[in-house]
Design a protein around this ligand. Sequence first.
Ligand code: SF4
Length: 67
Amino acid sequence: MSMKVIVDLTTCQGYACCMMEAPTVFDLDESAGKAVVIDETPAEDVRSAVEAAARTCPARAITIENG
Ligand code: SF4
């Protein structure tokens, strides 16, 4: 199974919780105050970290699609 990580930038408030949970997948565009997905199709071994990021995102802006 592969996953695709999507951040809804209209919802994202730049809280940066996501990059603390999964720093290889998320970064922060500080000038925009929005998350940047640096690895849209991460390997399985970071799935739990990505799921934790989605859970902890205060704006609920992270979607994980399974393919
Ligand atoms: S945790 Fe959510 S609101 Fe915060 S930067 Fe990441 S996606 Fe945006």
